[in-house]
Design a protein around this ligand. Sequence first.
Ligand code: NAP
Length: 484
Amino acid sequence: MTSSALPDVPTQLFIGGTWRDASGGATFAVENPADGSTLVEVANGTVEDGKAAIDAAVAAQPDWAKVPPRDRGEILRSAFETVVDRADELATIMTLEMGKPLSESQAEITYGAEFLRWFSEEAVRVSGRYSVAPNGATRLLTLKQPVGPCLMITPWNFPLAMGTRKIAPAIAAGCTMVVKPAGLTPLTMLWLAKVLEESGVPEGVLNVVTTKSTGEVMEPIIRDPRLRKLTFTGSTEVGRSLVEQSAEGLLRVSMELGGNAPFLVFADADVDAAVEGAMLAKMRNIGEACTAANRFIVHADVAEEFSSKLAERMGALKIGPGLEDDVKVGPLVEEKQRDKVAELVDDAVEKGATVVTGGQVPDGPGWFYPPTVLTDVPLSAKVSTEEIFGPVAPIFTFTDDDDAIRMANDTEYGLVAYAFTTDYARAVKVYEGLETGMVGMNQGIVSNPAAPFGGVKASGFGREGGAEGIEEYLETKYVGLGGL
Ligand code: NAP
């Protein structure tokens, strides 16, 4: 049983500085996607628990806003040190609940912890402005203040980083919060909450509610007039309904939603570098990333070389439970996700695509799907419009640059795009023409805590990370100074 491999992790709700059971005492199971076994039971929060969490966040807000920025930054810095020191323990928890290999969990911890460090430094950089009105009669003072209590809803695919990207800037800015991690992967967030508690986050500032009655528990919080901000990372479908709910309270809203990233390879590209980039853009997190390359759009002159090299690299990756040595491809997070990936591949093949590697669900337990490369994919295949969220690389071809950019933009999503070219003028034309919030030029990864992460179109709005990240948690107040 893998549950014996699970390090100690809290399983209760964290509300008002207290760890406690759900009201009524119900729990739900967290499963290991490598074999379907139950790892542990965690508290199944109720509407009443949600109300207690927002009550605690509201009560803590005034005093928290007064804590000196340096002190808030030091809490984050201390949490950063602890997460890095205890990375092995956290990686085991993350791999057990989410499925990805230990090396991927370690990579997420490095990335996710960096938000704690980045915003520990940003906490003391919040500033305002002072100016003279054009007519000279008054002075204009502009200051920044915390937005107020926030609700943060996070997905299962990066259970640490999608949390720290929100929690760290909120702490830095002086906001209190209620966090709702994904039901499939609550353990990483509960572990982090304990670390933040031990790092000195005062009671009520951070509250964590795990629940399986998600909509029922979240909606009253969103509609609570005391809530000031909703920040959500997850699917576009759920995001849309949350924006509607947030309209009632006219909340500040950030939406980090789905993607359908194009990966463009031009005729002049360094094909080996493009394959290297493709391995990252496709296989990071087993393809279960909003930033995962979803459509490879490759110039006909290099398509053959690119596809065969990519298939060779992807086909050689070791598949297995994430805790095993050298495994590069763990199980997908749940059966539903694995079936969806298989269905997208089957649909493409039925419509004429060729399988170069992979393409078959393996026998045995766990929700595994092999790295798969498809060529001759018709635009009518569902993979060209739907987010795959798995290790599948469909390759489309083009001969004209303008067509390639049109194909890249022909999606409701607009999170990220990747492009490989060695021609400077072409590069500028491409990155200026792509309708996305982020572009990786000659690189297969864009995520960086020091950069503004976020999308356009149906990929949402708002930015996380960079100097922009803390602004999402700050209000601007202007004071007119008269009587001069
Ligand atoms: P999801 O089904 O939308 O769930 C995300 C979170 O929303 C979970 O905590 C989920 O709780 C919660 N949720 C579900 N229904 C809700 C409701 N009615 N009211 C309030 N909360 C609700 O997405 P997912 O499958 O976990 O994550 C994958 C998606 O996230 C993909 O589309 C991916 O592209 C996107 N994503 C985007 C980014 C980005 O930065 N743009 C980053 C990572 C992932 P339960 O778990 O309890 O259902």
